[in-house]
Design a protein around this ligand. Structure first.
Ligand code: FAD
Length: 298
């Protein structure tokens, strides 16, 4: 109840204050920040995926600008020999403006990545874009681009059928719970229901020999993932764990020290507000700190 109230006040909190709490979730405003954070992760035997912050772009000019930024990330990966790849939000490269426009923009990015020997992950956004994003993926694969992966969300009721419909492509999938607010008619709402679907999806993917990025900070699901890969005797190059920057870093290091591959999602850029407030909303304790600092409560 209190959390709901706090969340409703977020839009009224000055951005400068939100930033104080949000900055742990982002590398910083510049590409150099993402490079620096990735190098630090590499020292821990970890990897990253770099995301240029920005989403739901509504003009073609902006989408082209976003694509150019994403292209710069690819060059930086090669120049700095980084253990990373590019994650992109399809709407930031124009998918929400027009499918064909978005497709061409994204294809250009992924084609360049392919020439450089790099991989690109299509993040999954909210439900108006689910079908479009999966169609985009299919079209990219049919156009010969195999250096691309997708994300499926365990809260979506459709995800199990989506995996089955994609099996012929042997997709590389990041499996997460899902972060957007969706209607109960299309999404599981109960905490345990989402966990249960996550487990079913993970089993379906691993039983079909798909490469899965097990993206969660939920201890119960991390444990399930560890058991699932052990039970199937998977080699460490057949799966990986994934976490967000700034979340459960001690646990992240334990997983790395146990010898598993783990990739951290490293966003950077000026357009940090939407991403960061979603992260803060997952951490109501943090939202409480923000409100206290706004109202001067100790
Ligand atoms: C690498 C990666 C990529 C992702 N990509 C997408 C995507 O493309 N589309 C999409 O919809 N979602 C994406 N997500 C977000 C995801 O869907 C969840 O919203 C988010 O990861 C929280 O779910 P959880 O599995 O960690 O479980 P939760 O139950 O939310 O969290 C488990 C525990 O982790 C800790 N925790 C989680 N988040 C925070 C936080 N922000 N601050 C502090 N502690 C926290 C808390 O201790 C919490 O109890 C991604 C997540 C990861 C890790």
């Amino acid at each position: 109840m209190l959390n709901q109230l706090i969340l409703k006040t977020m839009p009224y909190v000055p951005k400068s204050i939100v930033y104080l709490f949000a900055k742990k979730y982002i590398a910083g405003p510049k590409l150099e920040d993402a490079i620096r954070v990735t190098k630090t992760l590499m020292e821990l035997n970890g990897a990253s995926t770099i995301d240029v912050l920005g989403e739901f772009v509504t003009t073609k000019e902006r989408a082209i600008h976003e694509k150019e930024m994403c292209m710069k990330v690819l060059d930086a990966i090669v120049d700095n020999k980084l253990n990373t790849y590019s994650s992109i939000k399809p709407t930031s490269l124009g998918l929400g403006i027009d499918f064909n426009f978005g497709y061409e923009n994204i294809k250009e990015h992924i084609s360049k990545a392919k020439n450089l020997g790099l991989f690109v992950r299509l993040d999954m956004e909210n439900s108006p874009y689910t079908t479009m994003t999966l169609d985009l993926y299919r079209k990219l694969r049919e156009d010969g681009l195999d250096n691309v992966g997708i994300v499926l969300q365990a809260y979506m009721r459709r995800s199990y059928d989506d995996v089955k419909s994609l099996l012929d492509y042997k997709p590389n999938i990041r499996l997460c719970k899902g972060i957007y607010v969706e209607a109960e008619s299309i999404a599981f709402k109960g905490f345990e229901e989402v966990r249960e679907n996550y487990r079913s999806l993970l089993d379906l993917m691993l039983d079909n020999n798909l490469y899965v990025g097990i993206a969660t900070h939920d201890e119960a699901l991390i444990q399930y993932g560890l058991d699932a890969v052990k039970k199937r005797n998977l080699e460490k190059n057949q799966y990986e764990f994934q976490m967000l920057l700034g979340v459960r870093e001690n646990r992240r290091n334990e997983i790395l020290n146990a010898g598993h591959n783990l990739r951290v999602y490293v966003p950077f850029g000026d357009d940090w507000y939407g991403y960061s407030t979603r992260r803060l909303k997952e951490n109501p304790q943090m939202v409480g700190h923000i409100v206290k600092s706004v109202f001067g409560i100790n």
